[in-house]
Design a binder for this molecule. Sequence first.
Ligand code: NAD
Length: 498
Amino acid sequence: MTFERRLKNPSLLIGKNYIDGQWVDPVSGKTFEVHDPATGKLIGTCPESNAQDADTAIKAASVAFASWRSRTGRERARILRRWYDLLLENADDLAVLIGWENGKAQVDAAGEVLFAASFIEWFSEEAGRIHGDVVPHSAPGFRVSVLKEPVGVCGLIAPWNFPAAMVTRKIGPALAAGCTVVIKTAGETPFTANALAALGEKAGVPKGVVNIVCALDNTPEVGLALCQSPIVHKISFTGSTRVGRLLMKQSSDTIKKLSLELGGNAPVLVFNDADLDVAVKGVVASKFKVSGQTCVCANRIFVQSGIYDEFVRRLVQVVQTFKVGNGADPSTTHGPLIHVAAADRVTAVVDDAVSKGAKVAVGGRRRQDLGPGFYEPTVLTDVTGDMRIFKEEIFGPIAPVLRFTNEEEAVDLANSCDVGLASYVYTQDINTAARVTETLQVGMVALNTGVMSDAAAPFGGVKQSGLGREGSKYGIEDYLQLKTVVTGNINVTHRAHI
Ligand code: NAD
């Protein structure tokens, strides 16, 4: 059966760059094709931008910065709020675009629209509440004021797994703080961000405040232009640790402020006393969302021996109910991977595990009958530390389950990697919960739940999972810098109280 992707407002499908409030072609005139990951069919084309396009966008953002930062926070808040309202009014179309170019199931795409909008809403509320400090000086006659100012033009580089939310989680705080931005969208998913920008313009975002340059093959060139530009004062990137490291190196000459949301290898620790229903539901949510292609996806599932067999039995039972298919089909629960190369990688990782003794409890194969990018949701047992699946971020619908006997062993194994983004703990014992959450080397712990992302909760990692936090009251700090004003020679004589 074929399923058509239809927009209520077809003008939201825009294959251009957005620079200084205009939808423009790239200087080279070249374009790249964007394909539906489920069917391989062409969705449309977008500009293959180069460093010159990036520079034009940077200059536009720089000109717009002066007046955008001069507005009051309340004014910026009202524009962001209108943008939030428009995102909700256009939620159906945005969900179609997300599902179309990313491949995720409709329910996930619809959920992403709300999640994406929540960051614009949240930061519209923060925009008017950027407080500085008045600090007592050590000497009499002096005063210290600490002002918070926008960092300036920001380069935002977004991934494909959340084509809307990873963009709004950066734009929201940037604009609220008074910064202007140049966004380099993922080559796989450029259309969603363009639709967001069109709605932003309608909401009153002035020209030059938000600029978008698209690129696929030229991505490294555009990334380099953003990193090397002396006008860009900050880079915010979400993607792999490999690319994060590269951007950090490229940004060193201009000493940029950096926010890096990088890869993870999320451990799940399920203790004997866990509520099994809660644990299985949580693992299903954290492992299989967007077919396993989120940076907080459960990557190593450690289950204590007393409940191991029952946990695996129940997990397999749920996974057997999944319906893999084209995300445009409302009955699909899990769509394809982003591209064929991703499915090839997942196949290689599973084959490696099986060749070293892992057992396939369910799944474990490509779904070539559906298309080359589909892989069946899989549960692997008897996984060990020497397998690739244990060491690498899977980024696919594979749940590797490992048995542990005691807490120390599980925590040591969980910490035995150079990244530390998300983790999940299931226990009913408050002492275990406190000890384990405090010893895990991660930026985030989800306790007795598989869902951790929320606009109000700081999101980010430790170790090689990155720098900075997104969302929450802390997220805006990454777009602000402090200015200290020390005033001297103040002659205040206090009168006595009678
Ligand atoms: P990736 O790093 O290859 O690509 C991510 C983005 O970076 C894309 O937009 C891509 O176009 C761009 N990019 C690639 N090379 C670049 C370069 N040289 N210069 C500038 N930009 C460049 O990652 P991926 O494999 O596509 O995505 C999956 C990775 O992203 C995983 O490691 C995942 O954990 C991570 N991720 C992290 C978070 C987080 O919040 N920590 C969220 C989502 C994804």
